[in-house]
Unconditional design. Structure first.
Ligand SMILES: Nc1ncnc2c1ncn2[C@@H]1O[C@H](COP(=O)(O)OP(=O)(O)OP(=O)(O)O)[C@@H](O)[C@H]1O
Length: 205
């Protein structure tokens, strides 16, 4: 290795990292699977939950009318933080509900589609509502609100059902599927169909 006594050489960048994007409603089990994936996957991976970015915000009260804009700005920054970590060669497990259409469209613009694995984390609504009531730390009705939105674009690379499998079993299924995923990836197809240059953008919600 070359000498660099002043530590002035910017470290080289390996090929872009892989991003496993866990997409499901609140209480579907994304964080639980992410924790298991870090244990199951070979090599070094980071868990990047959008919740961690919301938790970084100062505790000053936000006016009701400003709240959605604050949340959207945080989410948009989170997307770019994910893209930046991956661009530096880090492998990531991202835990994020695609509960508004613009979130998917924005991620299609900033992530490398061939390096992105889109996982549908599914769970029937009655079980989601049971978990939501049991944990008590989520706004009641949040899972129901997101239920018909998060998977509305339909296409994913891998599906798991957390009402049938434990977080560990879901993580093993995802890990086992990685080497043989068909191409094009869901993100490649979605980018081609939803983000074609010159196509008028659909309304972002
Ligand atoms: N496969 C599973 N089987 C049974 N219970 C589960 C399973 N996965 C998660 N749970 C339970 O569901 C609750 C929510 O799990 P978790 O925090 O992983 O969900 P989440 O999708 O990350 O939620 P949020 O987006 O609200 O943070 C927890 O109480 C967890 O123990």
């Amino acid at each position: 290795m070359a000498q660099d006594p002043d530590h002035a050489s910017v470290p080289g960048t390996p090929a872009g990292g892989r991003v496993i994007l866990l997409n499901g409603t609140s209480s579907s089990g994304k964080s639980s699977i992410a924790g298991e994936l870090l244990d199951v996957l070979d090599g070094t991976w980071f868990h990047m939950p959008v919740d961690a970015f919301h938790a970084m915000r100062c505790k000053r009260e936000i006016a009701e009318e400003d709240l959605q804009a604050e949340v959207d700005r945080t989410v948009k920054g989170f997307h770019r933080a994910v893209a930046g970590m991956a661009a530096a060669g880090n492998n990531l497990v991202v835990d994020h509900p695609l509960s508004r259409r613009w979130r998917l469209l924005d991620l299609l613009d900033v992530l490398v589609p061939e390096n992105t694995v889109l996982v549908a984390v599914r769970c029937p609504l009655p079980e989601l509502e049971r978990r939501e009531a049991e944990r008590g730390d989520r706004q009641p009705g949040l899972a129901a609100l997101q239920y018909h939105r998060v998977h509305s674009h339909e296409l994913h690379d891998i599906d798991v059902d957390t009402s049938v499998h434990s977080p560990r079993e879901c993580a093993v299924r995802i890990s086992d599927a990685l080497p043989d995923l068909p191409r094009p990836t869901a993100f490649e197809t979605l980018r081609r169909t939803l983000r074609r240059p010159g196509r008028s953008p659909r309304k972002h919600r």
